[in-house]
Design a protein around this ligand. Structure first.
Ligand code: ADP
Length: 460
């Protein structure tokens, strides 16, 4: 649960929104506190102005300063504020007897601290504010002083703080809840994709994930679907290959087994034993060559046998291959001719190229009846080399031309089996040509022979 992305994202969401909420609350609180304080000071100063004006007017009318001060204090008594009127340092009137001394000490110490007399200042250790208005009447200096406790303002600020304290957890809880549902909703497609993917195995690789929208997750599902398609295709090829391979191997192994069983069922002459062993040997050669071909193809497919490219003279290689096939051609009374341009150097894997040439010449001899002919031509053109192997053999029906390069594909099972073919030779030829960035083409007509043309770049 704590390791889930859902939990971690929600936690981050809560942390970020909580921090923002705290910063915003602090900012708002300090703004409101400063504003309330400024309002408080303004109204205290206004009250001091009004008091001074009243005192001045009364004093001018009555010409009795002390009595006017007393009357001002009596008449303008403000709720929550204390008032005092001084002539220089002499107290003329005060709304609270204890005020005069406090006010004098406070205002003097303020004066000393700031170097001048402030109009408004803190007193009582910041628990109250003092506003002073100076005035002159008939050449004498007077001060009207108002003092108001800050308790009302503090109470207001306290209730504001309380509102923040209670509001913060609720807002945070709401943010967490909202964040949780938001994250859950955003991750729902991922959960759906992983649940669907969990049910896909080798048995149902053809199933695909549902692509809902064309957003990032939709694209992810698309990419996974493409991956599944590739896997599906590879598994199909592998399955077909396995089925074909076991089918192919069953024949020689069956022949070997039945030959051995029949021969061993009773006593035989030496000649009969020899015949049986010959049949077994033939079939084991066939099985071995089949297994070798399969192994070569599997290794090429998986990239287990890396290509070993080197500079080589391909004309030498073709020539050598033709020479090696002469005895076989002679045995079948086939005329094997070659026309090979000299000194053609190219870049390639000698073992694979040898197998390519050998497979084509082998087939040409195998599928050409006695008395026929096979020709091998090899020459270079611009940046390519061209190898043409043609024969006057049985040919390939046009409908099979496309498929002869498929693995295990044989035109007529019987004619190939008699020749010992596995149906893998041309697949190998194609794979080798392509691994050298080349191509192979076939032109053939049933009964008139076939021509295989391999085109390879000089620099693969
Ligand atoms: P195989 O080992 O059976 O020869 P290949 O892959 O080499 O397998 O060839 C596939 C099929 O193509 C063969 O079964 C054969 O029928 C046909 N084929 C290949 N080469 C020739 C050719 N030169 N002439 C006629 N048919 C051919």
């Amino acid at each position: 649960m704590f390791r889930t992305i859902r939990f971690r994202l929600t936690l981050w969401y809560v942390l970020v929104s909580g921090s923002l909420l705290i910063l915003f609350s602090l900012y708002l609180y300090s703004l409101i506190a400063a504003d309330l304080r400024a309002q408080f000071d303004r109204s205290l100063l206004r009250a001091a102005e009004a008091t001074a004006a009243f005192f001045e007017e009364t004093a001018e009318q009555t010409r009795e300063v002390s009595a006017s001060a007393q009357e001002t204090v009596r008449e303008l008594r403000l709720p929550g504020a204390a008032m005092a009127i001084f002539q220089e340092d002499v107290l003329l009137a005060s709304s609270s007897p204890s005020l005069s001394r406090d006010v004098l000490t406070a205002s003097r110490s303020e004066m000393a601290a700031r170097g001048h007399e402030p109009r408004i200042a803190d007193i009582k250790g910041g628990r109250a504010r003092l506003a002073r208005r100076r005035l002159q009447i008939e050449g004498n200096n007077y001060s009207v002083i108002l003092v108001e406790e800050l308790s009302g303002l503090s109470a207001q600020l306290q209730s504001l703080r309380r509102a923040f304290y209670f509001g913060f957890p609720s807002a945070l809880a709401l943010a967490a809840l909202g964040g949780f549902f938001l994250v859950k909703k955003s991750l729902a497609p991922v959960v759906a994709i992983s649940e669907q993917a969990e049910h896909i195995s080798v048995k149902n690789l053809s199933e695909r994930l549902t692509v809902r929208d064309n957003d990032e997750l939709g694209r992810l599902a698309g990419v996974l679907n493409a991956l599944l398609s590739r896997l599906d295709a590879s598994f199909k090829i592998m399955g077909d290959f396995m089925a074909d391979a076991s089918h192919e191997l069953r024949t020689p192994l069956g022949v070997i087994r039945s030959s051995a069983e029949v021969t061993l069922s009773r006593d035989r002459t030496v000649h009969e034993y020899k015949e049986a062993l010959k049949a077994i040997e033939q079939q084991s050669i066939r099985a071995t060559s089949l297994v070798n071909d399969m192994l070569a193809l599997a290794m090429a497919d998986s990239g287990e046998r890396p290509l070993r490219f080197e500079e080589l003279y391909l004309d030498d290689l073709v020539e050598e291959c033709c020479r090696a096939h002469h005895p076989l051609a002679r045995r079948k009374s086939i005329h094997l001719s070659s026309e090979i341009a000299r000194d053609i150097q190219m870049n390639g894997d000698p073992a694979l190229l040898k197998s390519l040439v050998s497979n084509l010449v082998d087939n040409a001899i195998a599928y050409t009846p006695e008395g026929g002919s096979v020709s091998v031509r090899f020459f270079a053109e611009a940046s390519n080399v061209r190898l043409i192997v043609s024969d006057t053999g049985v040919g390939i029906p046009s409908e099979c031309i496309e498929r002869v390069f498929d693995r295990f594909y044989r035109i007529e099972a019987s004619r190939s089996r008699n020749n010992g073919g596995s149906g893998l030779g041309l697949a190998m030829v194609k794979l080798i040509a392509e691994s050298h960035k080349g191509s192979v083409e076939l032109v053939s007509e049933r009964g008139y022979g076939s021509t295989f043309t391999v085109l390879l770049p000089l620099k693969a």
